[in-house]
Design a binder for this molecule. Structure first.
Ligand code: AMP
Ligand code: FE
Ligand code: FE
Ligand code: ZN
Length: 281
């Protein structure tokens, strides 16, 4: 069984529509795929229809951007939650609004030095999609300023850049608790991704586990090996679910579908705990 539980469509910063993402999953010989767009479940419907056509199993999911009180970014995957849960909807709605005004402010700053305006960026955002820095990167590529998203993130768009602006994001403890209230299964995404920014202290894991964290994404290209060992031992001690996934973004990132996989046992535990929606088969 080939199970990949972390992918993005153009409902956030992936480059393929949800149906095309399902086609790509089939071409990558996956048996099970999760769609986990940033702060949105807008791709679930289209993905379900296509997955059923293809005989592919789909786990409906989402990746919630969070920030700790010390300013560290945490990404939380949610599987099988109720997409209509009011508390969770309100939080991701706040984030999506904040992401839009934040991107506009970043473009304002960038436009002082680069040939770029908001129209150029919005061309790369599908209607209703969650806006992020990758869309600004796409506009910088189109303007010939950088070669690809990776180059943009390595220079102009890093959180250390003078163009960078922060945006509202819930505390991870709040997000974990809302995901559980919505019947979802919260899994800490790429917890050791130190190349992206500061990673959280061990105490934060304890807090999140206390709040109801179900699992940790261990096998992800951004987690260095020593960090994975820490996560495996944490998972053993607290009986957490271990997942492995690609974090595929289409052509937006080098990550390939199926480059990391989740075990059928881990998926079974996620399915057991998730009561807000169902795996599409
Ligand atoms: P934002 O949510 O606007 O802060 O942007 C972060 C998003 O950018 C993440 O979800 C990643 O998918 C994406 N990202 C981060 N680093 C890179 C990179 N080096 N190349 C392409 N995309 C990236
Ligand atoms: Fe992303
Ligand atoms: Fe992420
Ligand atoms: Zn992701």
């Amino acid at each position: 069984m080939r199970i990949d539980l972390h992918t993005h469509s153009n409902v956030s910063d992936g480059t393929q529509a949800p149906a095309q993402l399902m086609d790509a999953a089939r071409d990558a010989r996956l048996d099970v795929v999760a769609i986990t767009d940033h702060d949105s479940t807008g791709g679930w419907q289209e993905a379900s229809v296509r997955a059923r056509m293809l005989g592919l199993s789909l786990v409906p999911g989402m990746e919630i951007s969070c920030r700790t009180s010390s300013g560290i970014t945490v990404h939380l995957l949610s599987y099988l939650h109720d997409p209509e849960h009011p508390g969770l909807l309100e939080e991701i709605g706040k984030s999506r609004d904040a992401r839009l005004s934040r991107a506009e402010r970043m473009v304002d700053r960038l436009s002082e030095d680069y040939p770029l305006n908001w129209d150029d960026v919005s061309q790369h955002v599908a209607p209703g999609a969650t806006v992020g820095r990758p869309h600004i990167a796409d506009a910088l590529v189109a303007a010939g300023v950088v070669a690809d998203r990776s180059e943009a993130f390595a220079s102009i768009l890093t959180s250390r850049s003078k163009y960078w602006v922060s945006h509202y994001a819930p505390y991870p403890v709040l997000a974990v608790s809302l995901v559980r209230q919505a019947g979802g299964v919260p899994v800490f995404a790429h917890p050791m991704a130190s190349a992206r920014g500061r990673i959280v202290e061990p105490e934060v894991f304890e807090e999140l586990i206390e709040a109801g964290l179900a699992g940790v994404e261990v096998d992800h290209r951004d987690n260095p090996e020593p960090g994975r060992e820490f996560l495996r031992s944490l998972a053993r001690r607290h009986d957490l679910i271990i997942t492995g996934s690609s974090d595929y973004h289409g052509t937006g990132k080098p990550n390939r579908l199926g480059e990391n996989l989740t075990s059928p046992e881990a998926l079974a535990r996620i399915e057991e705990q998730g009561t807000g929606s169902s795996v599409v088969r």
